[in-house]
Ligand binder design. Structure first.
Ligand code: NAD
Ligand code: UGA
Length: 460
């Protein structure tokens, strides 16, 4: 039997798992192995309950696992056996020392580089899939080239642009695949190897190449631009609330200009997720490092507006409910940072919940996929919190509903039934503008959307 070509991925997280499952699915003649230092994660990838919820992921893992997709804890031997290695370890914001709360913490990434160096017994192509500050590949090259003369390590940058909740569609049909390489002979050969893999299912025009630094920087910039759109529309939502303009109407009118486009113009309680904030802060840190103060503060404001949006959402709840939340029951509908994921990293729901608990409100948190993570996120927080998946049960006896995730499930709830089970006057704060506000108002709710006039039954 012809032996399969081999690929290794170090890091079995939200990126490593789905992206390698897609390669295994599309390239049956490659043997794809994913390793991780976290043994529970590997066990979960090998079980019937995958460690992350992602629509469509189960199906492709079922089709490939044990055939040409493998999850294992044996990092040492896998590094020895594989000549193409993707690195998709996490790169969170640093919490200590120089660059704390801004720069990327590169310790996991550097440990990986050292592991590759230590266990390698042949030359390898090493592909940065994690999001990294521009010029990180240079550091990786320096570490890997310390084994002078023994083997060659060619470093490529291949940032991942998938979004959670739509990861499988994004991986199967990406807008583009970006590969950064050196323009040397070995750099171009390595690039060709990677193009060979992606061109199995992605058209040649969508696979673009650049130098490594442009590739690293493009990833940070793409996230910064997307987040900037959310902050732009959210800043205007504040103005709409003061002027009786309607943010949905404004977004529609603005987005129909083909130069602007209609995506990422949904006003909300603010962006969450593990990457937008960390990548912008990383960009800000880089700009400061290169003494580009004005550029740094321009991008920093995208994060500041995001924080402002969450603060004013909580202030609106407090003010609308007569200035006190003490002892009131509030039902949080949605804890994930967006729909179709169980991921709660940097979810605005964490901030909102903590602030409501600080006002001595009692919280009943509901979410179809994120309750386990929510319980971990709020573990150290003082106050009364219950977790109930069924939104109807969660709302019983509550004074207010607070919608924080745009799950489809919440669009079509039977709000009449919910209203009957709540304490009156009943309030809805729609942090996603996903429900029919007029209908809920006619049922009897006092309704507070984002960037639209409140619909209140109170005279003043
Ligand atoms: P994650 O935390 O879900 O997964 C990272 C995994 O790497 C963890 O399971 C961790 O145990 C493992 N790991 C860390 N050090 C290791 C080592 N030395 N050896 C083996 N395994 C190790 O993170 P993620 O969300 O998958 O993100 C990974 C990278 O991809 C980040 O740089 C992120 O910015 C980027 N990214 C994420 C997304 C996303 O949607 N989550 C999308 C695009 C890019
Ligand atoms: C984002 C990018 O979209 C991906 O391209 C990128 O690969 C990824 O970050 C990453 O590097 O991790 P993700 O964070 O998974 O993906 O999800 P998005 O769909 O971008 O949403 C981010 C946040 O913005 C969510 O909280 C979402 O609810 C919010 N959002 C998005 C809005 O509030 N309004 C919008 O119009 C769009």
């Amino acid at each position: 039997m012809k032996s399969k070509k081999k690929i290794l991925c170090i890091g079995a997280g939200y990126v490593g798992g789905p992206s390698m499952a897609m390669i295994a699915y599309k390239c049956p003649d490659y043997r794809v192995t994913v390793v991780d230092t976290n043994p529970e994660r590997i066990d979960a990838w090998n079980s019937s309950e995958l460690p992350i919820y992602e629509p469509g992921l189960d199906k492709i893992v079922k089709k490939t696992r044990g055939k040409n997709l493998f999850f294992t804890k044996d990092i040492e031997n896998q590094i020895k056996e594989n000549d193409i290695i993707f690195v998709s370890v996490h790169t969170p914001t640093k919490t200590y020392g120089t660059g704390a709360d801004m720069a990327a913490d590169l310790q996991y990434w550097e440990k990986t580089a050292r592991q590759i160096l230590k266990y390698s017994r042949s030359s390898k192509i090493v592909i940065e899939k994690s999001t990294l500050p521009v010029k990180t590949a240079l550091a990786m090259e320096k570490i890997l080239s310390s084994a002078k003369g023994r083997f060659r390590f060619e470093v490529l940058s291949n940032p991942e642009f998938m979004a959670e909740g739509t990861a499988i569609c994004d991986l199967e049909n990406p807008d583009r695949v970006l590969i950064g390489s050196h323009e040397t002979k070995s750099g171009l050969n390595a690039r060709a190897e990677l193009i060979k893999i992606y061109s199995r299912w992605i058209s040649k025009e969508k696979i673009i190449t650049s130098n490594i630094w442009s590739s690293e920087l493009s990833k940070l910039v793409a996230n910064a631009f997307l987040a900037q759109r959310v902050s732009s529309i959210n800043s205007i939502s504040a103005l709409c609330e003061k002027t009786d303009a309607n943010i949905s109407e404004v977004a529609k009118a603005v987005g129909m200009d083909s130069r602007i486009g209609d995506k990422f113009l949904k006003a909300s309680i603010g962006f969450g997720g593990s990457c937008f904030k960390k990548d912008i802060l990383n960009l800000v840190y880089l700009c400061r490092y290169y003494d580009l103060k004005e550029v740094a503060s321009y991008w920093e404001n995208v994060v500041k507006i995001n924080e402002y949006q969450q603060e004013r959402f909580v202030a609106n709840i407090l003010n609308s409910m007569f200035g006190t939340l003490a002892g009131k029951k509030i039902c949080i509908l949605g804890f994930a940072f967006k729909a179709n994921t169980g991921d709660t990293r940097e979810s605005p729901a964490i901030y909102v919940s903590q602030k409501l608990l600080a006002e001595h409100a009692e919280l009943i948190i509901s979410d179809p996929k994120a309750l386990k993570n929510a319980a971990v996120d709020l573990a150290g927080t003082k106050g009364k919190v219950k977790y109930i998946e069924d939104p109807y049960q969660a709302a019983v006896g509550c004074h207010a509903l607070v919608i924080l995730t745009d799950w489809d499930l919440y669009r079509n709830l039977d709000f009449r039934k919910i209203y009957k089970s709540m304490v009156k006057p009943a309030f809805i704060f729609d942090g996603r503008n996903i429900i029919d506000h007029k209908k809920c108002f006619s049922i009897g709710f006092n309704v507070y959307p984002i960037g639209k006039p409140a619909l209140s039954h109170f005279k003043v």
